[in-house]
Structures are given as C-alpha cells and as structure tokens.
Design a protein around this ligand. Structure first.
Ligand code: ADP
Ligand code: MG
Length: 297
C-alpha cells in the first residue's frame, strides 16, 4: 500500500518568464515521494534538480501543474505555506553558508523560534535535533558554529531544519565540496535519520557511488524532465543512456560490466564495492588454485 507524501503532477517552471532571459527549468515533471522512503534525485548540472525540490515545499510556484503535500494541493486557497515549509524541511546546498548566529544552539533554534514555539519547546527541539545528528549538546551548544569542522557545520545546518520537526527531509547535494571524511560523516548521519528515526528523505546527489550505496530508489532528471526511475540496480543497467546524459554508473559497475563483456562470468549489475568483492573473490581464488576459501569480511 502506498502512502504518497509529495506528489508533483505535470509541473512546468520557467525562470524570468516573459523576459528575454527566460529559461525553462522544468518541463512537465511528474514525481511522487512515498512516506518512509530514501530516494535520490540525480542528473547533470542544470537538469532541474534544485528547481524541482524547491517546488516540494512551496518556495517556487509552478507556472502550471500541481504540487500536493499530504494529499493537499499546496497552492489551493487556505493552505498556509508556513505549515508546508515546516512539514517539508529543505536543506540547501552549502547550508553552512547560512549559519550566522553566535552559538550553535542559537543557530539551530532560529527556525523553531520563528515558527512561534515557546522557549521551552525551542530548547527541547534544539536538544533533540542535536541528539539526532550526533552533536553533543553540552560540549557544543555555546560554541561558535564557525569553529567547527566541515562535517560538524553541515550537521548543525541539518539540525536547524530538523528542529522544525519536519515529516520529510530534502537535502540538496549534502556532501558537495566535502573531504572524504566529512562526506562519510554526513552520509552516515543521513542513513541513520532514515533507518533509526524513520525520516522520509529526498537526497539530491552528484555521486553515483553514494546513491548506489544509500538510495532505495532513484529519480533521474535530464533537461527539466524525469527520464528514468527505479531501484539503483535497475537504473544503473542503462549505462549508455546515463553516459549520454552526462552521468554514468558507479565505477565498480563499469568495471564489472567490462569483465562480463570479455566473457568472464561476473555479474553485470553489481553496484557497490562490497558486492563486487563477493562476486570477484571466489572466482579469483579458484583461478589462483586456492579453493573457495573465506570470502572477505
Ligand atoms: P540543477 O540543480 O540540476 O543543477 P537547476 O534547477 O539549478 O539545476 O537549474 C535548472 C535550469 O534553470 C538551468 O538551466 C539553470 O541555469 C536555470 N536556473 C536555475 N536557477 C536559476 C535562476 N535563479 N535564474 C535563472 N535561471 C536559473
Ligand atoms: Mg542544483
């Protein structure tokens, strides 16, 4: 049984419409996000990903088509957009650029305070949000956000959105520009939000490796439209199409496909390094005459 939380129907959007600089960003997009899933949106730069997710919480209004959250058209008369923005929490690209308060706690408290929560509620929401993203309240609440590591800053920014207690968390390229350690930290956090805390998560990502490991479903955008949808394994079977769109498949998928193309009996639709290990190791051990042995941990 499906429980659709965000439904986008036939949405068109053009920036600077009616001017010589008009630029169509969305051309008839249909997308639905189901409650409880972790879905990733991929697509080359300029394909419309950021424009689309800003329609999810009413930051942008479609030129035509509809957006429904929890079954209600958000542009219908009587819908309070503030409620929608609270339900669908949006973490922008480079969210740490929007940190500006003197302390971590004040920064995380900003949105809930604006929503009119009482000080007691705000304090509770801040503590809870920090707990959820594994930031130690006592150690960090009075620190300046600017003194923190890259990964910590980004987690503060995510906590600031979580403090509004949204139903859906939408993150625009949450690992962009981070070093490998910061990336792992942020990705682990996102996975935990989904697995442990049950958040519905929409993740915009550039990294085929990351989405292969984390996403349950992929939505592929090209030229302002959704051109492919499915599990990462299904989507990554279309390597040629993805390459044509300026994307690609995880490197390990490419490698395994090469091996398969040369007649080696390896699975063609391996999408993670762990899976590759489990396919390759037994075969390599056989070739080297060392028997089946134990397959790596
Ligand atoms: P993505 O997030 O996939 O990189 P965007 O949604 O940012 O794509 O952009 C889609 C298209 O809209 C691109 O052609 C981009 O140049 C254009 N665009 C995005 N933001 C603006 C803006 N603020 N003003 C004018 N054009 C924009
Ligand atoms: Mg973008």
């Amino acid at each position: 049984m499906s429980d659709t939380i965000i439904q986008v129907r036939n949405v068109y959007y053009t920036y600077m419409r009616g001017t010589p600089l008009a630029r169509q960003a969305l051309a008839g997009v249909n997308v639905s996000i189901e409650r409880g899933e972790l879905v990733a949106i991929i697509g080359r730069t300029g394909s419309g990903k950021s424009t689309l997710i800003q329609h999810f919480n009413g930051l942008l209004k479609p030129d035509s088509g509809t957006v429904a959250v929890g079954g209600r058209d958000i542009w219908r008369k009587g819908v309070v957009l503030r409620d929608i923005r609270r339900k669908v929490g949006l973490v922008f690209q480079y969210p740490e650029h929007q940190l500006f308060e003197e302390t971590v706690a004040a920064d995380i408290a900003f949105a809930p305070r604006n929503l009119g929560m009482s000080e007691t509620e705000v304090d509770e929401a801040v503590r809870e949000a920090m707990r959820v993203v594994d930031l130690d309240y006592d150690a960090l609440c009075d620190r300046s956000p600017f003194e923190l590591s890259g990964g910590q800053k980004r987690r503060v920014a995510i906590a600031g959105v979580l403090a509004m207690r949204p139903e859906v968390l939408v993150l625009d390229e949450p690992t962009a520009g981070m070093d490998p350690r910061g990336r792992e930290e942020v990705l682990a956090e996102i996975r935990q939000l989904h697995e442990t805390h049950g958040y519905t998560i929409v993740l915009v990502s550039h990294s085929m490796e990351d989405v292969a490991r984390f996403a349950e479903r992929l939505i592929v955008m090209d030229g302002g439209a959704v051109v492919m949808e499915g599990s990462p394994r299904e989507v990554f079977r279309n390597r040629d199409d993805l390459v044509r769109m300026g994307l690609g498949v995880p490197q390990v998928t490419g490698l395994m496909a090469e091996l398969a193309a040369r007649g080696l009996p390896y699975a063609e639709d391996v999408i993670t390094v762990e899976e590759a290990m489990h396919t390759l190791l037994p075969a390599l051990l056989r070739v080297s005459g060392r028997g089946e042995g134990e397959v790596g941990a």
